[in-house]
Design a protein around this ligand. Structure first.
Ligand SMILES: O=C(O)CCC(=O)C(=O)O
Ligand SMILES: [Fe+2]
Length: 191
């Protein structure tokens, strides 16, 4: 598959990072908009769903998964993301990570979502680990950066965030703060 981006040796093929994808003022506004809503405690970390609430077990997005249009305060970001997706994303999950929290290794449900996944990091950095067989790539996600996963990075490599309070990057210890990520996708809907 042709991918739009392929950057550097540290990222798996098909992944790219766009630094400073949102301005600091937008970062604060997005976090405030999320904190004004009800975070769900259905997972170990707090989450919020927008657009579609897909069924992890069924591994499919059915029409009853629709929970309404994306909120207006996501407009600026989804408009910018049209360049990457070719159209506007229609599904967003917000994940909140307190220091010490993470997400286990996974590939975003292939039958549920299209070939582009974008995760926007807010408020804190964290390290993300990509794995494919024995191969491992550790990538620092900076606040306000957008991580794009397409192609091999999307389908062949797992990604995970180790549950720890700091990351060690090039010998330097970087403490984690509360981090929020917004993950944007296009749903593949089944009737
Ligand atoms: O927090 C992140 O940046 C990644 C979230 C993620 O992988 C997911 O929700 O599928
Ligand atoms: Fe993911």
């Amino acid at each position: 598959m042709n991918t739009l981006f392929d950057m550097g040796d540290d990222l798996p093929p098909g992944a790219a990072i766009l630094p400073e994808f949102v301005a600091p003022s937008e970062e604060v506004a997005l976090a405030q908009a999320l904190d004004a809503l009800a975070w769900s405690t259905e997972l170990k970390r707090r989450v919020q769903h927008f657009g579609y609430r897909y069924d992890y077990k069924a591994r499919a997005v059915t029409p009853d998964a629709y929970i309404g249009p994306l909120p207006d305060w996501l407009d600026d970001v989804t408009e910018k993301l049209q360049v990457v997706f070719g159209e506007k994303p229609d599904q967003v999950i917000a994940n909140e990570y307190l220091p010490g929290q993470g997400i286990s290794a996974h590939i975003d449900c292939p039958p549920c979502f299209g070939e582009t996944i974008v995760s926007l990091s807010l408020l804190s950095s964290c390290e993300m680990i990509f794995r494919r067989g024995e191969a491992k790539r550790a990538v620092l996600l900076d606040p306000r950066s957008a991580l794009i996963m397409q192609g091999s990075a999307r389908y062949d490599w797992t990604h995970e965030i180790p549950a720890r309070k700091s990351d060690s990057v090039a010998g330097a210890k970087i403490s984690r703060q509360r981090r929020i990520s917004l993950t944007f996708r296009r749903t593949i809907r089944v009737a």
